[in-house]
Design a protein around this ligand. Structure first.
Ligand code: HEM
Ligand code: HEM
Length: 286
């Protein structure tokens, strides 16, 4: 959820401000030194609080709010963020044990600082950066399946899928009216995109004799574990010649993303009728 991403970046700022304590010390600038000395312990403590809340909220889907959030099912699932957090606790611990550790506490504190920076970089590299996109938006997709509503009119689809699609070949299927999910389709290869759980899913859909014969995933950012489960939907869509298929339990976001991507691609293939899609309830964690 958005709050988790905002807290994540606040935690990054707090980390930078606490690390600057070292730069301030070696700069021998008295003002800087006093400032970073004063804020060090309060900011370090805040980092423990903010990083902790971020970690608890981080597993929630994008659409979750504070009213309907679910704490991580396994609190602090293992990832680099968790290791970062443990190091923050170790940093505080070295301070609390300073009397016992004597001079060694500062060495331990410095080593933990370097490890924290390395792991923070790994953590951000691992999960990617989504906050700017979330705040400043990418409103190009008009998804067919959303939490509570569905777009069914052709006009609401943006003309995002411009370049590679509509390489239409033979289009006349009027003799024997073959439909796909309630719509008559023109032959061709069509590209479509939609949001999955983590980012954009792009698919290429092949229509032959009015039927969908192949769906290729061109790109996706969702975690393999969920995405691979959701991919079984593609065989169903082709087998049943319908987009009215149910989401794969436990991978509802990737499922909805795939259905939306195919829907968005086929918007350009519709000759008559309207593509019918089931409403998927995105209430699960993933
Ligand atoms: C609650 C947590 C923390 C406590 C209680 C704490 C405490 C301290 C104390 C007492 C000092 C001695 C210098 C001074 O008084 O300003 C210090 C220095 C330092 N701390 Fe922390 N700290 C905490 C968290 C952190 C974090 C999160 C980082 C970095 C990610 C960090 C990095 C440093 C560095 C780089 C120094 C300077 C080392 C040097 O002068 O060589 N500390 N810390
Ligand atoms: C002090 C520690 C931490 C810092 C500074 C930190 C920082 C960040 C940053 C900068 C992001 C990227 C936000 C974006 O996409 O724009 C992020 C994402 C994420 N972090 Fe952390 N993190 C910390 C601890 C944790 C912990 C303890 C967890 C434990 C589960 C965690 C789990 C995640 C997850 C799953 C994401 C993916 C985005 C999301 O769904 O919220 N992080 N973190």
């Amino acid at each position: 959820m958005l709050i988790s991403l905002i807290l994540a970046w606040i935690a990054v700022i707090l980390t930078i401000m606490t690390v600057l304590r070292y730069i301030a010390r070696i700069s021998r600038n008295k003002k800087l030194n006093t400032f970073f000395h004063k804020i060090h312990i309060p900011f370090g403590t805040l980092l423990i609080i903010v990083g902790g809340i971020h970690g608890i909220l981080a597993g929630n889907p994008a659409s979750a709010t504070l009213a309907n959030f679910e704490p991580a099912s396994v609190l602090f699932t293992f990832n680099w963020g968790t290791v970062c957090y443990v190091l923050t606790l170790i940093l505080a611990l070295t301070y609390l044990l300073r009397k016992k550790m004597k001079r060694k506490w500062m060495i331990a504190h410095r080593i933990a600082t370097v490890a924290m920076i390395v792991l923070l970089v790994l953590h951000i590299y691992d999960v990617g950066i989504r906050l700017p996109k979330r705040l400043f938006g990418n409103s190009q997709h008009a998804p067919a399946v959303t939490e509570s509503s569905r777009v069914s009119s052709n006009s609401e689809q943006t003309n995002e899928q411009t370049s590679e699609q509509a390489k239409t070949t033979s289009s006349d299927t009027s003799a024997n009216i073959v439909t796909f999910s309630g719509a008559q389709l023109k032959d061709g290869v069509y590209q479509g995109t939609a949001d999955g759980y983590k980012g954009t899913i792009t698919v290429a859909v092949t229509v032959k004799n009015g039927q969908v014969t192949a769906i290729d995933v061109i790109s996706k950012s969702d975690t393999d574990r969920y995405f691979d489960e959701a991919k079984s939907l593609l065989d169903k869509i082709i087998g049943q010649q319908s987009l009215q298929v149910d989401a794969v339990t436990g991978a509802t976001f990737s499922s909805a993303g795939l259905i939306n991507a195919v829907y968005s691609a086929l918007q350009n293939a519709v000759v008559s009728g309207t593509l019918q899609v089931n409403n998927i309830k995105l209430s699960e964690i993933h």
